[in-house]
Design a protein around this ligand. Sequence first.
Ligand code: SAM
Length: 233
Amino acid sequence: MSKLYLVPTPIGNLGDITMRAIEVLGSAGVILAEDTRTTRILLNRYNISVPLSSHHKFNEHRSIEAVCDRIEQGVVTALVSDAGTPGISDPGFLLVRRCIERGIEIEALPGPTAFLPALVASGLPCDRFCFEGFLPQKKGRQKRIAALVNEERTMVFYESPYRVIKTLGQLAAVLGAERRASVSRELTKKFEETVRGTLSSLTEHFTSSAPRGEFVIIVAGTSGREHSEEETE
Ligand code: SAM
């Protein structure tokens, strides 16, 4: 029986792909891609020529049934996003849910995602953490941040260069300027950088040097504070 494969792809360095991901992509009947141009670059690198079909947040609602129909007809289908793991702040969830409802088997391959290297390099506790993804840009933003005030676990946020300073400042205002945090940008790329400090020192850092690239913000939870050297309580 055919199935849906979820295939993680590199978050920058094209070498970060598993051998199994290459095998699965190469033997698929169709690859559903968020941006077919981006995925074509990856496929060319590995000499894979499999038909690509657009699957992004603007068309996934209306194409899901047809995708499921084709899988049921025997077309082995692989879903990729522009970078990292499909379904993680990227399209994937809706299709996976519908496949499960229709009894279609799902196979999710392990592989690249931006938050894990940022988390493990942060130096903050990673035995328990929560993934917050992107904060809402407008409505509900403050409410989401306020809801984290007593969060014990290390928190993970995704952010763009345009909002990273605003987000660090708002997190500092609610969670405390001295709360420990770490910001990783351009992971696996030439200008990869991880800066560790407090929410206020990181806000200052990125205010003084214009933020470039893609960002992951890691913030200590309330139970991570005892690890802080600055902690005086
Ligand atoms: N599916 C991806 C994953 O598994 O990580 C996430 C896609 S989401 C649309 C894009 C966000 O992921 C960026 O805004 C940034 O927060 C984070 N991201 C992706 N690549 C990154 C990188 N190379 N370095 C730092 N953050 C990255």
